[in-house]
Design a protein around this ligand. Structure first.
Ligand code: AMP
Length: 550
């Protein structure tokens, strides 16, 4: 039976996550709650089957790699440089504040200063997976706020890479166990780490930037989709693993760079799509593996300390981030989004806590508190975002940010999505009807404005966005978004709000057409069929003369 423990862990992890995720969804809770609970159940602290505790975190790490790779694909080197000015000081100050609070709590619990520092550092770094999922769900990754949050996370990541290297070197000084000093002591360790990270960045930007897109193009030209998919995966995992093994940077950071370099190639969108299904499956295992580490009895043993830990993560860190972002003269909406995104902790915190305990710097209690803080903050995070979704629209109207245009109170059309489809529709409608365009993504929204249309920026799945566009008075609604699931939700809400409006939607398959008409679409057009129509329009109307004479 021993030989199948990898299979058993995957099956138990995915299977239970599916069941509990579905139950959570049914109860209108975030699915994360279900995944974590599945982890607690296959973990060692609850009776019954116990999944392999060595394998689960490794599987989770694959999820982290693929996620960070995906984020890298949305980033260019230019984007990273653009957010540097706020992300570096922001992350530095936030880490300092969180660490100080951690030291404070630790001294109240009677721990040493060293324990306090490890504890505080562990509370200061947010989880990649939790942050990215939250941003992605709200389609924020490609926005200004999203980029700042990701840049901030990268800086935190780099700081933690340093901390992991320096801790053993500093351990003796901080009152822990001192492993035999390396060459040059603390300063040496510091210099070596910085040197390795710098070498990694330079190699990626100079060599990787040429080689990776070249490989990708070569594979694309083979015409084999299977090879392309494999190539993308091999590059993502290979670079992540190689950079961790050779340069000592984290898997996540390596993967991010691999993605960022691929983003310069026009094949990047395709590359991103190829890794999606695998990525989502492994990201689920990430939550399961965190659940596995959790010993629920700590909630009863030390309720006050747990509450204080959670307060540092959710309130302390958020406040610090909020103040810093405002100090950089960014709008409230940015400050609130960043605070909410970073108000949780995850994978890095466990690694740090584990190292702290093994160096005898951190008491085992500290690790339990960090774990409890992580689970609770991950659970609380979706609630923070839900509050944000409620508060933001009101703030945006007030705080001098570009206020939403008052939608036409006269008959008009509403168009959702200003991409390949929507843009052409908008141009064609310009002289035919008054049009309000809903677009979610920052740059596209700017293009809408530049083209002179009335614009509402936001995700049309949210009812208030549709209402802002004056849907109640609209005669036509054009749904030009690529996802049929989002289209279905948009149409369902639009139909409920306005029984008369004519809804014309974009679809890919007969199934989509059924779904969208069921939700209330008047017409749903299949892209491929429209292409066929276009081809026919370009073909001769009659058979060639010779044949016709026959
Ligand atoms: P394309 O696939 O090129 O036609 O692009 C689709 C456009 O629709 C992109 O600009 C997206 O940002 C936008 N979009 C997709 N989903 C939504 C949504 N739910 N709400 C608003 N805009 C959306």
């Amino acid at each position: 039976m021993h030989h199948t423990s990898l299979i058993a862990t995957i099956v138990a992890g995915l299977g239970l996550a599916f069941i509990f995720g579905a139950v959570a969804n049914r109860l209108k809770l975030p699915v994360l709650v279900g995944y974590l609970l599945a982890g607690v159940i296959v973990g060692p602290f609850t009776p019954g089957y116990v999944a392999d505790q060595e394998l689960a975190p490794q599987l989770a790490e694959i999820g982290v790699i693929l996620l960070m790779f995906g984020v890298g694909l949305h980033f260019s080197v230019k984007d990273l440089m653009a957010v540097r000015k706020i992300a570096i000081p922001g992350a530095a100050v936030q880490i300092a504040v969180a660490t100080a609070m951690g030291v404070g709590l630790a001294s109240m619990l009677g721990w040493t200063l060293g324990a306090g520092i490890v504890f505080g550092l562990a509370l200061s770094v947010a989880s990649t997976v939790v942050l990215l999922r939250a941003l992605e769900e709200r389609r924020l990754i490609d926005t200004d706020r999203g980029r700042i949050a990701v840049g901030w996370l990268i800086v935190e990541d780099l700081a933690m890479v340093l901390a992991l290297v320096l801790l053993p070197a500093l351990s003796g000084m901080l009152g822990g166990e001192a492993p035999p000093p390396g060459p040059g002591g603390v300063a040496g360790a510091f210099a070596i780490t910085i040197g390795k990270v710098a070498a990694f960045v330079v190699i990626m930007l100079v060599v990787g930037r040429r080689v990776i897109p070249w490989i990708l193009h070569r594979i694309a030209h083979t015409g084999s989709r299977e090879l392309f998919r494999l190539g993308v995966l091999a590059i993502a995992l290979g670079v992540a693993f190689g950079s961790a093994a050779l340069f000592g940077v984290s898997f996540a950071l390596g993967a991010f760079f691999a993605g960022m370099i691929m983003a310069e190639s026009e094949l990047s969108q395709q590359a991103a799509n190829e890794t999606l299904p695998l990525r989502d499956a492994f990201a689920v295992l990430f939550f399961v593996s965190i659940g596995m580490l959790f010993d629920p009895t700590v909630l009863l043993r030390e309720p006050l300390a747990v509450a204080a830990t959670l307060a540092i993560i959710v309130i302390g860190k958020s406040l610090a981030a909020y103040v810093i972002v405002l100090a950089f003269k960014r709008p409230q909406s940015v400050a609130l989004t960043i605070s909410a995104s970073l108000a949780q902790i995850g994978e890095f915190s466990f690694i740090l806590a584990g190292l702290g305990v093994s160096l005898k710097l951190l008491p085992p209690d500290g690790r339990d508190l960090i774990l409890a803080g992580a689970i609770l903050s991950i659970l609380v995070n979706p609630l923070l975002f839900a509050v944000l979704d409620k508060v933001l629209p009101r703030l945006v109207g007030r705080s001098g940010e570009p206020a939403a245009p008052v939608a036409a109170a006269q008959p008009h059309g509403v168009l959702v999505g200003y991409g390949r489809v929507g843009k052409a529709v908008a141009q064609g409608l310009k002289d035919r009807m008054l049009l309000v365009v809903i677009e979610d993504e920052g740059e596209r929204a700017d293009a809408v404005r530049a083209a002179g249309f009335e614009m509402i920026q936001g995700n049309a799945v949210r009812p208030e966005v549709l209402m802002k566009a004056g849907l109640a008075e609209a005669t036509h609604l054009f749904v030009a978004v690529p996802s049929p699931f989002e289209a279905a939700r948009i149409i369902e809400q639009a139909r409920a709000a306005n029984p008369q409006v004519k809804i014309i939607a974009r679809a890919y398959t007969d199934n989509d057409v059924d779904l969208l008409t069921q939700m209330g679409a008047t017409h749903a057009l299949i892209g491929e069929q429209e292409i066929a129509r276009g081809m026919l329009a370009l073909a001769p109307r009659k058979k060639a003369a010779a044949v016709a004479a026959h």
